[in-house]
Write a protein that binds this ligand. Structure first.
Ligand code: KIV
Length: 259
């Protein structure tokens, strides 16, 4: 099993689609590691695992715990740590926090949300050896709504310029979230680094989804998610059956008892 490196990710641009998923836990990380190039320890865990209203409530300490687990459970994939809200307010704060994250979790890279406004931060980090993945389009940490971005001319222009700036600042890849197909296509054509789409069409160099959405463990099912299973239903059935077994004294049976 060969380790996925940043160089290998860069070489896939315009050639081989890059597969990415989120993971927050040991089991999902172990499975995703077999099939994905990149595993993102996303701050979406705030909403998905902890029931928070937005990702803005996620603390760096919580992310570090999940980051350690995911990294320890993987052998092959590149593990990217999503820096939570307010942990990269300027280049010095960003560097201090990113160093701490990499030291404690051993993750391979970090992800930052934003365009033009964070270019100096990306440049500062990458020059100091911290690999950065960018994120443009819908930015969950600062957006006031979860609607498609870049539908009008001004927004389209801004997102395009943001992507170009992020690409030129030393990032090794860029997530494009929830933008129209033609904008994702234009960005992918014009940046030198791989684009990873989420709700951004097949024209991106790779795709990412929140695993819990994709396997039917969350209640979030926007148009851009393909649901491969409905694990929530499967789990409910198991728990219902267990509960009935206990009440009817069918569990534990002789098979489950020590003699
Ligand atoms: O936090 C997250 O899971 C993300 C993905 C949606 C890209 O940022």
């Amino acid at each position: 099993m060969q380790k996925v490196t940043i160089n290998k990710i860069l070489k896939k641009k315009n050639k081989i689609p890059i597969t990415c998923l989120t993971a927050y836990s040991k089991t999902i990380a172990q499975i995703a590691d077999k099939y994905c190039d990149i595993i993102l320890v996303g701050d979406s865990l705030g909403m998905v695992l902890y029931g928070m209203k937005t990702t803005r409530e996620v603390k760096i300490e919580t992310m570090i715990l999940h980051g350690k687990t995911v990294k320890n459970s993987t052998k092959k994939s590149l593990v990217v740590f999503d820096m939570p809200y307010k942990t990269y307010t300027n280049k010095f704060v960003a560097y201090k926090n990113a160093r701490k994250v990499i030291k404690l979790t051993k993750c391979d890279a970090i992800k930052l949300e934003g365009g033009k406004k964070i270019v100096k931060i990306i440049r500062y980090l990458t020059k100091r050896g911290i690999p950065v993945m960018g994120h443009v389009g819908l930015l969950p940490q600062t957006s006031t709504n979860f609607k498609t971005k870049g539908k009008n001319f001004a927004e389209k222009k801004q997102i395009f310029e943001d992507a170009i700036d992020v690409s030129n600042s030393g990032a090794f890849a860029i997530v494009i979230e929830c933008v129209p197909e033609n904008l994702a296509k234009k960005i992918t054509k014009n940046v030198s680094i791989p684009t990873i789409g989420i709700g951004a069409s097949m024209h991106c160099d790779g795709q990412i989804l929140v695993t819990d959405d994709m396997i039917g463990l969350s209640d979030f099912l926007p148009k851009f998610v393909k649901q491969y299973s409905n694990l929530k239903k499967v789990i409910e059935k198991c728990i219902k059956n267990y509960s009935e077994d206990v009440k009817l004294r069918r569990f534990p049976s002789s098979k489950n008892v020590y003699n």
